[in-house]
Write a protein that binds this ligand. Sequence first.
Ligand SMILES: *[C@@H]1O[C@H](CO)[C@@H](O)[C@H](O)[C@H]1NC(C)=O
Ligand SMILES: *[C@@H]1O[C@H](CO)[C@@H](O)[C@H](O)[C@H]1NC(C)=O
Ligand SMILES: *[C@@H]1O[C@H](CO)[C@@H](O)[C@H](O)[C@H]1NC(C)=O
Ligand SMILES: *[C@@H]1O[C@H](CO)[C@@H](O)[C@H](O)[C@H]1NC(C)=O
Ligand SMILES: *[C@@H]1O[C@H](CO)[C@@H](O)[C@H](O)[C@H]1NC(C)=O
Ligand SMILES: *[C@@H]1O[C@H](CO)[C@@H](O)[C@H](O)[C@H]1NC(C)=O
Length: 510
Amino acid sequence: MLALLHALGHVALVLGYQTPSESPQTILQTSGLDVTAPFIFNSLSGLLTQWPNTVHGTGHSIAPGILHPFTLLYHARQDSQLPPPSPEWLAWDPEMSYAIMVSRGGQSHLTTYRTTRPAKIIYLDGMSAAWGSGWLDSQHMFIYGMSKNGSKDISMWDDYGRADKLCEWAKSRDVEGFVRMNAGFEIIWCDFESPSLQLVSHLNITPPGTPERPSSWPRFPGRNLIPMELETETLDDPPDRPPRRGPGGGDPPRRGPGRGGGGPWQPPISDLALTGNLEWVRAASHRAFAPQPHLTLFYSDMVTFYHPSLTSLVRDRFGQPMRSHRLVNISSDDAQKVVSEVDSVLVRRAAGELGTNFDWSTAARSIVEYWGDRISHMHTYLLNASDPSVNTTASLLAIRTLAYTPINPFMQPGITPNASGWDLFFSLPTAFLPNGFVPNTNVTALERCTSQATGFLSQMQMTPQERLLRTSVESVLARLCNDVRQISVSSMLTYPPPVPPVWCHLCTEF
Ligand SMILES: *[C@@H]1O[C@H](CO)[C@@H](O)[C@H](O)[C@H]1NC(C)=O
Ligand SMILES: *[C@@H]1O[C@H](CO)[C@@H](O)[C@H](O)[C@H]1NC(C)=O
Ligand SMILES: *[C@@H]1O[C@H](CO)[C@@H](O)[C@H](O)[C@H]1NC(C)=O
Ligand SMILES: *[C@@H]1O[C@H](CO)[C@@H](O)[C@H](O)[C@H]1NC(C)=O
Ligand SMILES: *[C@@H]1O[C@H](CO)[C@@H](O)[C@H](O)[C@H]1NC(C)=O
Ligand SMILES: *[C@@H]1O[C@H](CO)[C@@H](O)[C@H](O)[C@H]1NC(C)=O
């Protein structure tokens, strides 16, 4: 049972269910797999979804893409300036704009825009629009890499400084904004006079019953109110400053929905505004696992801070779970490499080189769907195995079926009735074709399980970024296929079932 638990632990780690005693890093090193493959895979499978990015926190992927035409976007502010100064923020969910602004008290104005044409954007994954330890690392290190003399000294609170620097870089590259996530998705929009935006409405949405705003309370957005001293603050400033633009609550300021209702950071607001943050979270929860719509990412152009060539980042990842993979110690060379890679993919796409058009994100999500639930289901059987009330024979039968199910589409026990489990999975090049040509018959079940989805891409023109994604996907699958096969066979050897199943030839010789 211990060996089984161990094997399951390996598999579970690949999908992000971590056991406390073993870090992914140590396990992957002992297994000899590419150490960053599962992290790249995890980033990829979670792109544009709320929950995986909330769990990882620190983003590592930089994916160019386009915002679809005719997408509605919202911008709220306390003054009625139109167009707003640039850069500013656009939300996909009006609930986000509403909650951020009405919780400030005073007047709230909502401007609604519609995109008129595909607009180039860059998506930064993780909790990249929130103030938290590590959450801004990928932006800050990207900014650091933009110039040879770049500085890492960027204040967590300095939203406008960050946006200015990103937009200055974006200008000559025809990139109109940066998509980030907090609770739900938003965009740093670089130019509100861009022809990509069409004004839809401009309304004073101040909720009825809103008290006068105390005159001491700053207006939001507060570009001109950021005191000089903030310029000198460094990474990970403690959260002890008044909020600049995150939605507040009774909590200390952070760029995420607060609990609402009259704390020291919050001015008096209308009763109708009290549920604003809850409604914001309700909107964000629709993206828990369903990707944010209205934009298309170019996976063949996805750049990652997990690229194995970025060696300055390896040390800080060692023995750490994904949520602690910080980027702040990146070398200047490595940071510049990331920026040049993003530049090169933008130039390449502009020149019409688009890669394979394979939908990498859906492929990765399908792998999680296929294996994830079964692994965690097996895990619950193993977790309670030592409970005296558990019928371990029944548990083993259940585990064996759960392990057999995902590997069965790759084997042919039907034409080799007496083959061992080992042979079925590893050695027999499947087989035997009575007539005609069937492709991919001369591969083992392990090879089929590992590369059925992506192996064919080797015949196509992949971008270097796609080659890395393919290695990541196949490394993760090799691990899943191999370990689950091992569980399937060991579950029969440890506790032979009372009634041999019809496919019991799998039980022998292993
Ligand atoms: C970087 O700093 C050096 C020394 O301070 C200076 O000579 C050089 O011009 C700077 N380069 C850029 C691109 O700002
Ligand atoms: C960065 O490097 C310093 C100095 O080696 C180290 O003390 C620190 O823990 C590292 N930071 C992170 C976030 O790993
Ligand atoms: C043990 O876990 C399995 C799988 O979740 C469950 O079906 C079973 O009821 C559990 N048994 C006990 C005694 O908790
Ligand atoms: C345990 O489960 C097995 C398989 O389902 C069953 O045959 C056996 O009767 C069960 N034992 C007890 C004590 O319930
Ligand atoms: C499988 O093994 C059984 C029992 O040893 C034997 O009777 C049968 O002929 C074998 N079948 C094949 C196809 O080798
Ligand atoms: C099947 O693959 C093996 C090993 O790659 C090779 O030696 C063999 O010639 C192949 N057989 C056929 C029929 O292609």
